[in-house]
Write a protein that binds this ligand. Structure first.
Ligand code: SAM
Length: 176
């Protein structure tokens, strides 16, 4: 929040309701795009209480929610995906500064990186889908991750009221 850095970033998602240009202050991203402390605590407690080991996050941004997820235990592993290389580098430095060694940040479009990452994962216990808030994209990512989920896996989809399409995606995914 205190950073005065400006980043030139790409929009990989459904566009932003906050930003008109691709030049963004880190402090603005921190204020508008990140999960709140209370949400991060819910994620943290879910992972801890349900003993989730293999954690997948779509949408790293500055690395805040992934830091909470990784803080659940050194033997847990967090795989987090981010499209923008500049943002991904900032996330890596956040993780480093917190001494978190159990997070891997994968850079690229979700649709390009996700299949390969899932291939390396035996199972997925916890998913936090927090990026690219479009109906069909959300359904496509859910279909992919569910191939590695089991009956106790937890899937969290953020921003379901962001658009009508997102609410539709949630309703459709409940039926699968
Ligand atoms: C809402 S932010 C994630 C916030 C983060 N989970 C937190 O709470 O700390 C979403 C991020 O997903 C990335 N993103 C959106 N759509 C993407 C896509 N299709 N492929 C790769 N990255 C994408 C954006 O660049 C953005 O940094």
């Amino acid at each position: 929040m205190k950073s005065e850095k400006t980043l030139q970033i790409n929009d990989f998602g459904a566009g932003s309701k906050m930003f008109a240009s691709n030049k963004k202050l880190v402090s603005e991203i921190a204020k508008s795009s990140l999960s709140s402390v209370s949400k991060c605590r819910i994620l943290f407690n879910l992972v801890l209480n349900f003993k989730c080991k293999n954690i997948l996050e779509l949408g790293t941004s500055l690395g805040i929610s992934s830091s909470y997820l990784a803080s659940t235990g050194e033997s847990n592993h967090v795989y987090t995906l981010e499209g923008d290389t500049t943002i991904a580098e900032l996330a890596k430095s956040t993780h480093q500064s917190l001494g978190l060694k159990n997070i891997e940040v994968y850079t690229g479009k979700f649709i390009d990186t996700l299949p390969d990452i899932l291939n390396t994962m035996e199972r997925v216990d916890f998913v936090f889908l927090d990026g690219h808030h479009q109906e069909q994209a959300t359904l496509d990512y859910l279909e992919l991750v569910m191939q590695k989920c089991h009956e106790h896996s937890i899937i969290i989809v953020d921003d379901i009221y962001w658009s009508e399409g997102m609410s539709k995606a949630l309703e459709k995914s409940k039926k699968t």
